[in-house]
Design a protein. Sequence first.
Lengths: 361, 104
Amino acid sequence: MPVEITKRDYSLVGLDTAAAIASGLSAAQWYACPIPRKNLKELMKRSDGPAIRDTAIWLSALVTSGVLGYLTWGTWWAVPCFIVYGVLYGSASDSRWHECGHGTPFKTRWMNDAVYHIASFMLLHEPTVWRWSHTRHHTDTIIVGRDPEIAAPRPPDIPGILLDIFTLKRGAKAFRNIIIHAVGRLTAEEETFIPEMERWKVFLVARIYVAIYAAVIAACFLTRSILPAMYIGLPSFYGGFFTLFFGLTQHAGLSEDVLDHRLNSRTVMMNPIFRFIYWNMNYHVEHHMFPMVPYHALPKLHAAIKADCPPPYPSCWAAYREIIPTLLRQVKDPTYYVVRTLPSSAKAVPYNHETRFVTAS
Amino acid sequence: MSVAWVDACAADDVDEEDVLRFDHGGRTFAIYRNEDDEYFATDGLCTHEKVHLADGLVLGDIIECPKHNGRFNYKTGVAKGAPACVNLKTYPVKVEGGRVLLQI
């Protein structure tokens, strides 16, 4: 008798959640490439220098493009100025939020926290919600029913992905959640990963966000111009396309429910400008396997473990030549995914070593 | 109640400003050595998600969990912020004859 393939439940409170826990996939032990403790310690070492330099460049470029946008407002010259401003605001903030959430770019704690909060706001991320969401993403990476950050569930939502070129789907959800939080509530899914003692922070920051956006809207009415919103609010949308472009390369189309980041994450070689915007998160296998290694040490970590990993994708083009056909195929066949091939020299893969799969029912 | 001192490792097994895993009696511990050559011990697993702290990073008096950046003061066991919300248990340590002993 043919087995009917049922759609998987990607919510955090559904059938696949219970199945993932019962299978031992939640909070499981993950494969880690062998690396001597001494080397790893050296790679994990903190310093303020690289992140201060990169943050100064980032913020200087943001201010410069913003000033040029103001001076050229009303002419076509404003378009490239605001494209640059938008990318620095709505896309570069993604990796800054992410890295500072891990607490690794700066040695000095308050610097991590300051950039984390600024970048979170730029990205329409509420800092406490996303801190906990991302914690779960690292615990249960691409485990269906557990990971709240699966960008391309199967079958993928192609119209939704296209809308997110300008952050329209993600942005609508973000604003809906900000309103929910501002009135002192969490969604059912958020209640599964945000501890009680942290919830007051969610509500407080949501109210601050609402106040800031209300002030921007008021400024637009007062000046009878959208210019204030071009600086705060709108760039999260018109400048967010690289967030999607880089974000999809991380896991889209790869295996679900495996305990080995080499099989569910991509490392993609990128040019220096992309790596600056993305803060080296193109080394995504490495980042997931050893999340305490700062972004500036990831190229060295890549060199240290590459013999035990599948070959990196040589370019974004190479990655998208795989991702786009895979996502389109998954619309019709949600069971399809890309199987990464481990190098012949790689050690036996202990992923899923203690799992006994239980199906959702 | 009797006090048991357990021989954990040689003092030199733990590098300066580093941490070492020690398993005993079905339990796991983390032994720390700071820059002043003092030794400390805590439970070995992060109170957030049971990750071995010995794979983490020692920064001054702080041990950072290798998985989610949960931070603890390893001298007191106090959790220093999300996602670590529950304190670590600490254990008395002494060094005798070049050996690190834990009272557990």
